[in-house]
Design a binder for this molecule. Sequence first.
Ligand code: NAI
Length: 312
Amino acid sequence: MKAEHARNVSVVGAGLMGHGIGAVFALHGHNVTLMDIRQELLSNARTQIKNEFDRCIQAGLMTHDQRDDAFRRIETTLEMKEAVAGTDLVVEAVVENMDVKGQVFSQMDEFAPSKAILASNTSGLPITKIASFTKRPERVIGTHFWNPPLLMRAVEVVRGEQTSDDTVNTVRMILEKVGKKPVVVSKDVPGQVGIRILYTMLREAISLVEKGVATAEDVDTVIREALGTRLTNLGVLELADLSGLDLALTVSSNLFKDLDASKEPHALLREKVARGETGVKSGRGFYDWSKRSPQEVIRTRDEYLMRLLRER
Ligand code: NAI
């Protein structure tokens, strides 16, 4: 299948990621069918898409006509057969659980046209394993969108062992046409590229807090105000080139032996979870969320992302 022939896109699982992925495709002219297991989840997805489109209009990223056209292109269903009939591309965004994804892929394979590409938004489950639940492993691929899909540009395109070059190229072109920056991940490694790097950073950040080197707030200030601002327009390898690879070699020689290299989650993290301190959802994690508004944090994040998109 050629990218320009991918008119119909289905998104299975209309939660946090699925509704946003559906919105991206609808905004760029695709007919989108969203599927989930309960009607109220589909209604929520529609409401969220409308709210996000409205915020994009306020930010000058979209017109009223674009919103109305995109919204008209979105249909919803509770039936897999209906969701994927006549589809060109299915993006699965159900919970991160191999049993559930296996069942969903097996159904998608049964009901989608044989030429359709089946993609998973998994954050790290092996695409090769997911593909094994279908009879078309050459047309199964990972498309790891970042949250929120409407505002984040990078999408990791993950090859399974049997994914064909044709599938990789088609998906890459489809994503470019909807304004994304696809990155081909050529080996099906756990955590792909972004999540591996994020968790390398999280491992060191938790270790610094655990050892009493700095508070959680101070670690995050360094990440936001030093690393984050600089890395919005420079890659870390580009940064190493700018400061000199000889310097990178010296610092690596001195520092690597001291960096955290835990093979298991830290005691601090285990204890917090055991105490029920799971973050925003319980009101306490590394921060006391009874004193901060998560909605405000997310709003500030999205306003910043919209500003970046406007300026690019
Ligand atoms: P979520 O829990 O918000 O949404 C999952 C949706 O799938 C729910 O609405 C659920 O009802 C639906 N679902 C469950 N079983 C289903 C089935 N058999 N058929 C149809 N729908 C079904 O989860 P979220 O956060 O959207 O994650 C979805 C996928 O995206 C996961 O694989 C996750 O690892 C990945 N992901 C998540 C990111 C995040 O920031 N939350 C970022 C990038 C990837």
